[in-house]
Write a protein that binds this ligand. Structure first.
Ligand SMILES: O=C(O)CCC(=O)C(=O)O
Ligand SMILES: [Fe+2]
Length: 311
């Protein structure tokens, strides 16, 4: 099976007829799997290199240094999560051992003046910066680039849903997205029963922009009863839609179950995942005007989901 690809630059510069055809293709992909390889993204290679090396440098530290950035209390959304901290399958009610990974997580780069108390107490908590030269600059540059890219993808999504291209703009003026660097250590022994590098889950938000380590497989999506490998090509991102977008589209689009599989003898793997999430106050109501789902507010919705995966 070949994996779906979409060229964003080609879409943006296409004449109207061709653009319509590409929008229909994008709709088809989001209905089938909600997963695609994104080309023509225009993100500067040096900027990607910068954050990639910053993340590698962070994970290369000893565990005492990394744990200095552990969340100060349970429920704090950012900082370093060690190998024993998270089991994503628990968000699906599956009781599994912890995922074989560690992560560093950061939030929005600035706080809007009108942020409410709940938002301030959750997604606008400060990112805990490692004391590594260049880390913060590289991370922030990549975060900003992902915000821009996500906004462009949301425009393509609007076209795919036959909405005006700026339809989503008012919902993503101050998105509360998170950036997560992931490191899956090499596996030496056999994983425990039901233990994965990332247990089967769906993402929570509008869309995820993943940068997998080129050539290093492991991410899989569930298609019917089988797990299908997601390719990890160079110079491309993997995009998938999350639960909030499935809800927004009244399940026209799917938020597909995925995992990062663990097997004995795997080399270490790194990735970067940008979880795009509409503004705290954005009201998400089914776009088709149906009552498939009651309205939800983006921020509280995310907070609920977030609570489910701690170990
Ligand atoms: O590392 C990957 O390839 C995917 C990770 C993932 O799905 C997640 O953290 O939500
Ligand atoms: Fe995921």
């Amino acid at each position: 099976m070949s994996f779906a690809e979409f060229d964003l630059g080609a879409f943006e510069t296409a004449p109207p007829d061709r653009r319509g055809v590409l929008a229909v293709r994008l709709d088809r992909i989001c209905r089938d799997t909600g997963f695609l390889v994104l080309r023509g993204h225009g993100v500067d290679a040096a900027l990607i290199d910068g954050v990639w090396h910053a993340a590698s440098g962070f994970f290369a530290q000893d565990s005492t240094a990394k744990r200095r950035l552990s969340p100060p209390y349970q429920g704090y959304p950012y900082g370093y999560l060690g190998p024993d901290a998270e089991a994503l399958a628990r968000s699906k009610g599956e009781d599994t051992p912890p995922d074989l990974k560690e992560s560093f997580n950061g939030g929005p780069l600035s706080v809007p003046a009108d942020a409410n108390r709940d938002a301030l107490a959750f997604c606008y908590q400060p990112t805990l910066w490692p004391d590594l030269p260049g880390f913060r600059t590289a991370w922030a540059a990549y975060y900003a680039a992902m915000e821009d890219l996500a906004a462009r993808i949301m425009r393509a999504f609007a076209a795919a849903l036959q909405l005006p291209e700026d339809h989503f703009d008012p919902f993503i003026a101050n998105p509360i997205s998170a950036l997560r660097a992931l490191h899956y250590p090499a596996t030496t022994t056999a994983p425990l029963a039901k233990q994965q590098r990332a247990g089967a889950h769906t993402d929570y938000g509008s869309l995820t922009i993943l940068l997998p380590q080129p050539g290093r497989k492991g991410l899989q999506v569930k298609q019917g009863q089988i797990w299908v490998d997601v390719p990890a090509p160079k110079d491309a991102f993997v995009i998938n839609i999350g639960d909030l977008m499935a809800r927004w589209t009244a399940d026209r689009w799917v938020s597909t179950l995925h995992r990062v599989v663990a097997t004995p003898g795997q080399a270490a793997r790194q990735s970067l995942a940008f979880f795009h999430q509409p503004d705290w106050n954005a009201q998400i109501v089914p776009l088709d005007g149906s009552d498939a789902y009651p309205p939800v507010q983006s921020g509280p919705y995310l907070m609920e989901k977030f609570k489910a995966t701690g170990v």
